[in-house]
Structures are given as C-alpha cells and as structure tokens.
Design a protein around this ligand. Structure first.
Ligand code: SF4
Ligand code: SF4
Length: 453
C-alpha cells in the first residue's frame, strides 16, 4: 500500500501462508444494504461456542425485536434474541449451517419491526465499571463475530493470574472474497472504536493495536482517523497474506509475540477481538441493542450482483442470494464463509447465524473434484504451514489410521486454515485428515477417562 496514514506502521510478515486469488473486488466497494424484513426467521439456539441456549418462549407468544427468546446455560454460553417482531410459530430442531439439526425458534413477522420494551440505552455507560459492562455484553448475546463465536463476555474476563496488557483488534479479514469487516470499518469506524474503548476499560489495559491487511486502504484510513480519539491505540498495516487473521498470526504480526504450542493469547498478555464484535459492543452499551443482525457478504463468480447485506439472524440464505440478484450461471458449490475455512451447504434453507460473514457461490468449474494421490514428499505443505507443523506426516498418519503416530506431530496446534491443501500438488485433503486425527484422539481420551472413572 503506497503512503500509510500518519501514525500507521507496518507489522511483521507471518510464517508460511499463501496468496490465493482474493476476489474481494467483487463486493469491496458495495455499500452495505439493509435486507428487506424477512417474513419468517429460524433462530438457532446454537450460535456460539459452549452450551446450547434454552428457549424461554412458547408457541403462540408474540415477541418484539430484541426480546430474549433463548437463555444462556452454564458458564460458556450466550443468550439469543428475536431478530424480528411477530409470533412464535414453532420450536423444534431445524437445519443449522453446520449441517446438523439443532434446537431453534421460528418467528413469523407481523410486519411492525418494533423493538421490545426492555431494549433501552443503558444509563451513563461512561461511568460503568467492568462487571456492569460485561453484564450488558453478556445479556446482549455478543459472540466473536470473526467466525469462532466464542462468548465475548467470557473472553473479556480472563483468569486473574493472566496479566493482560494489550487488546488486539482484528480487522484483518484475510479470507478471500469476504468484505463484511472491510465495509464495517469504512462505514462505522467511529462506532467500532467506541466499542473498543469499552472493551479496553473492562480489561483494564492501556494499549490497543488494530491490525488490518494492506488490501483495505480505505479501512486503514478510516480506522486510523477514528483511533486518534483513543489514547494508546494504533493501527498496524499488514502484508496481505492468508491466514494472517488467525489469532496467533495477528498477535505475531502486530506485537511480535509468539503464543506457545497449546497456549492461548492470554498466555502472552493479549486478548483479541474482531472489529464486528467491537461494533456489537457499541450497539449494546450505547443503545441497549442485542445482537440480532450482521453484515454478510454475498459474493463469488456464481452471484449476479455481489454485495454486502445487513441481514437479520435467522434469515434463510436463499433470501440473501435473491437480494444479490440470484445465481449467475450454474452454481457448483454454495459455501457459508470464505473458500478457505467456510463450509459447503447442501440446502439454501439454512439461516444466517451470528458467525456468518459470507455466502460464497462458486461455479462447478471452480471446484476441485479430482481424486487425491500419494504424497510425493515435496514439502510444499510444510513451507506453507503458518504454525510450523509437518502436515505431510499428519496426512500420512491419518490415511494409515495411525492416530498415535499423528499425535507426535502436534495436530492440536493446527488452526485448520487449509494452506496445506491449497499448495498440495497431490490434492490431499490434509486439513480434513488432521480434523479426523483430532476427533479420533478426543474420542480415545474420553473412552480412557470413562474407563478410569
Ligand atoms: S491446516 Fe493445519 S497443518 Fe495445514 S497449513 Fe493450516 S495449520 Fe498447517
Ligand atoms: S504438499 Fe502434498 S505431496 Fe507435498 S509433501 Fe505435502 S502432502 Fe506430500
């Protein structure tokens, strides 16, 4: 990027990584549009890491937008709110983007789109302490908007023995094609920085570092300008390289700190939050609004008019595709998320959830269908791995069903970024094989635990 704004520096390049075709130009300049109010939403009780929320409404209840309809259960969970006003017409198991059926609540719109009576701005948030702010964030059902969907209030409450000194704000958005965070930063930089201010107060840290890849110059400018109002905050431009947005990668790139194998960002004094999460915190703390909508990029060569849409949680993705002009040509694969870490869906009736950053439609000719072949030991996957792993050995161990052998090569450090698959000339599904090893090792550990009990 030529000419960084005043006060913005470049971060360090990450280890490994790849440069896939980015395709961001398809939607990057499309100003976010509000989706028409959906006639019906299916709101899953599973939209976060942790325990499934418990429905707290009954069939026939009339609910207004923002009313809590699912209560968090346990220490790691998040409540769920009505994303439209209307009547609850069903409670049961419905398809989820993960491919499973999960508990969900169906609301048919009454067309009014009124907020619930208890959605009111908190009084004097500027004077609130950490516990009160965390409670607002928790009650608003805010989760990590970068895709992991970990409950934000929990992440903002690290154990006392972990001394946090820096809040890293992740505006990297390294997944090809996706532009929802980019648009949010361009259109709402001031609100994002306001949310960051509250998160920083909760953590009691002075330093804030906002990482953004240099293929988003307008976002870098907007965030640098907004961050001037926050002492101790700086914007760091990062070389465009996938998967720079991984938590461990962004920490290394902006702070030159290495999260240890098996460790977490808090082990190196850092909490990472996504820009979308910071915006949701602003909405909750300033306006009392729970998380009921998000920006979704609907894009790809198979979409007629790629764009960024502000969609209510629970809207079926078929409505988003229709709002983006429908399919262009014959769709080969519809992916929720980006091409590297997203997952293909087999029906367009799955709903938008809190972690849905994009809907990507590829043509049949863009998807790899050839069989994978034997490893030729070229080491391309080793060079591409941002975690410094030996993906080739993990792949061969998975194929041989030799999970104990695989364990020696640190499968739990794999962030499932797919760089190894991307570069493999033998088309080996390495990331999927590593997921398989992890699942089998977990099963084995659970069995051993049950036997010992
Ligand atoms: S999927 Fe895992 S093994 Fe493959 S490159 Fe990414 S981190 Fe490395
Ligand atoms: S890139 Fe593929 S063929 Fe090359 S070493 Fe890795 S697994 Fe083997």
């Amino acid at each position: 990027m030529a000419g960084l704004p005043a006060g913005v520096r470049y971060g360090r390049p990450i280890r490994g990584g790849i440069h896939p075709p980015y395709g961001k130009e398809l939607a990057a300049d499309s100003h976010t549009e509000d989706m028409p109010l959906p006639a019906r939403v299916v709101v899953p009780m599973v939209q976060h890491t942790g325990a499934t929320a418990k429905p707290v409404v009954a069939i026939g209840d009339v609910v207004r937008k923002g009313r809590k309809i699912g209560e968090a259960q346990g220490a790691v969970s998040a409540p769920v709110h009505a994303s439209i006003s209307g009547r609850v017409t069903a409670i049961g198991n419905f398809l989820h983007p993960s491919g499973r059926e999960v508990p969900a609540i169906v609301i048919e719109s009454d067309g009014t789109d009124d907020w619930a009576e208890d959605v009111v701005p908190p009084v004097e948030p500027e004077g609130m302490g950490a516990a009160a702010l965390r409670k607002i964030i928790s009650e608003a059902g805010i989760v990590g908007m970068g895709g992991a969907a970990f409950p934000t209030a929990v992440k903002l409450n690290p154990p006392a023995e972990k001394k946090i000194d820096t809040l890293v704000i992740n505006g990297v958005e390294c997944e090809p094609y996706l532009t929802s965070d980019d648009r949010l930063m361009v259109e709402h930089a001031v609100e994002i920085v306001d949310g960051v201010r509250f998160m920083r107060r909760i953590l009691g840290v002075g330093r804030v570092v906002i990482g953004i890849e240099d293929n988003k110059p307008a976002s870098i400018r907007a965030m640098a300008e907004a961050a001037r109002s926050l002492d101790g905050a700086e914007v760091v431009a990062l070389e465009t390289k996938y998967p720079q947005g991984g938590e461990k990668q962004v920490i290394k790139a902006v702070l030159n700190r290495e999260v240890p194998s098996g460790g977490l960002p808090m082990d190196v004094g850092v909490v990472v939050q996504n820009v979308g999460t910071a915006f949701a915190v602003h909405e909750a703390v300033r306006h009392g609004r729970p998380l009921i909508q998000r920006i979704v990029t609907v894009t790809g060569p198979g979409i007629a008019a790629p764009k960024n849409l502000l969609a209510r949680i629970g809207t079926p993705i078929k409505d988003l595709i229709a709002a983006a002009g429908g399919f262009k040509g014959e769709p080969g694969r519809v992916i929720l998320g980006g091409p590297m870490m997203g997952s293909a869906v087999y029906t367009l009736h799955v709903p938008v959830v809190k972690g849905s950053g994009g809907v990507l439609v590829l043509h049949r000719s863009d998807t790899v269908t050839e069989e994978y072949r034997a490893c030729i030991r070229c080491a391309s996957c080793v060079n591409a791995c941002p975690m410094g792993l030996m993906p080739n050995f993990l792949s061969v161990a998975a194929e041989a069903l030799n999970f104990d052998e695989g364990k020696q090569y640190h499968p739990y450090d794999c962030i499932e970024c797919g760089c190894c698959d991307y570069v493999c000339p033998s088309r080996r599904p390495i990331a999927q094989q590593i997921r398989f090893i992890k699942a089998e090792l977990r099963k084995k550990a659970e069995k051993a635990k049950a036997k010992a009990a």
